[in-house]
Write a protein that binds this ligand. Structure first.
Ligand code: UDP
Length: 327
């Protein structure tokens, strides 16, 4: 049985990946500082280490105790807007702390690393859909921090033989039956729309209506978090290092997402047209050919409606997320 150490396993995507690994008979240990994650989001079948990646001693302790066959590294700050206000936080946590993890991985003989990267490493793409050959020119510190880490991974492979897979997520959405999306400060579209349906917000903002898209709102590639988790599990099987864009290849506008939420919830969701958010590219859609052919990944959930249904089921069962206590 293979053992996986999952950093950020108390966060949204990490928690669901942990659950899927356990369901597929992996042994899992979670490493998380609970700054963004929730203790209740850690699957009870997993071992839990509370620690911060700024601290090499606790990472070493976890690595020596768990002796993982692979590390999946989700722990990071991931808000574009916040990264523009506080770039230092993004370079410290996403790059410097990540190097601590890599160093402890190398020192303890780890051979395989799966990294949560992002389509934000591309900035404003010169063509859509985005394939892996496009130049990466991030337009915010968040994207830059993830790109830096991708580059560092390349050198740790070259110099230390640490094999890695970097998965560049497009828009993760949806929930499993048990775990879902609960950010302390919610900026994401789908949970914010569903909060209106839950009666927790009066309305949702449409951030920008003059984009060069058919209905004037931004288009994104929403990928079900369960499909995303499966890509991580497939990444464990390859012996080659590589980077993969990870989206379904479908594009959905903000207005279409809100309409899907109206259809799924049966609620008349009030949407207000507002100015655009700083740093939002008009259209981000993945070309997923490489991950399909190299890793054999196929998304099971293509329809925005199915993705929203799973999110809605979770939010109805957890109207206050994991509870508002810190952990
Ligand atoms: N968005 C919006 N209203 C919101 C939150 C987001 O119109 O309350 C838009 C946002 O400008 C972007 C899309 O919805 O075009 C997806 O945003 P989200 O924050 O979910 O993900 P991102 O693409 O920024 O990673």
């Amino acid at each position: 049985m293979k053992t996986i150490l999952v950093t950020g396993g108390a966060g949204y995507i990490g928690s669901i990946c942990v659950e899927q690994l356990l369901d597929q008979n992996y042994k899992v240990a979670v490493f998380d500082n609970l700054s963004e994650g929730h203790r209740k989001a850690v699957d009870p079948r997993a071992e839990f280490f509370q620690g911060d990646l700024a601290d090499r001693t606790v990472i070493r302790h976890a690595m020596e105790e768990v002796k993982p066959d692979a590390v999946m590294h989700f722990a990071a700050n991931a808000l574009v807007g916040e990264s523009m206000e506080n770039p230092s936080k993004y370079f410290r946590n996403n790059v410097a702390s990540g190097i601590n993890l890599l160093d402890m991985a190398v020192e303890t003989g780890l051979k395989k690393f799966v990294f949560s990267s992002t389509c934000a490493t591309f900035g404003i793409p010169e063509r859509v859909p985005l394939d892996e050959s496009l130049p990466q020119n991030p337009i915010n510190p968040y994207g830059e921090s993830k790109l830096l880490f991708e580059k560092i991974l390349r050198w740790y492979d070259e110099c230390h033989g640490l094999k890695y897979v970097a998965l560049r997520y497009f828009n993760a959405a949806g929930a499993s039956k048990v775990f879902g999306e609960d950010h302390r400060v919610e900026t994401h579209l789908i949970p914010n729309v569903l909060k209106v349906a839950l009666g927790q917000r009066e309305s949702v903002d449409i951030l920008g209506t003059d984009y060069p898209t058919p209905d004037g709102t931004c288009i994104r590639d929403y990928i079900h978090v369960l499909d995303l988790a499966q890509a991580h599990i497939l990444a464990l099987a390859t012996s080659e290092s590589g980077q993969f864009n990870l989206g379904t290849g479908g594009g959905t506008s903000v207005r279409e997402v809100i309409d899907a939420c109206r259809a799924v919830t049966g609620c008349d969701i009030t949407a207000l047209e507002k100015p655009p958010r700083r740093g939002d590219p008009p259209r981000l859609v993945a070309a997923s050919d490489k991950i399909r052919s190299v890793l054999g990944w196929t998304p099971k959930y293509q329809e925005i409606r199915t993705i929203v249904e799973s999110a809605w089921a979770w939010h109805q069962q957890h109207p206050h997320g994991y509870g508002k206590q810190k952990n």
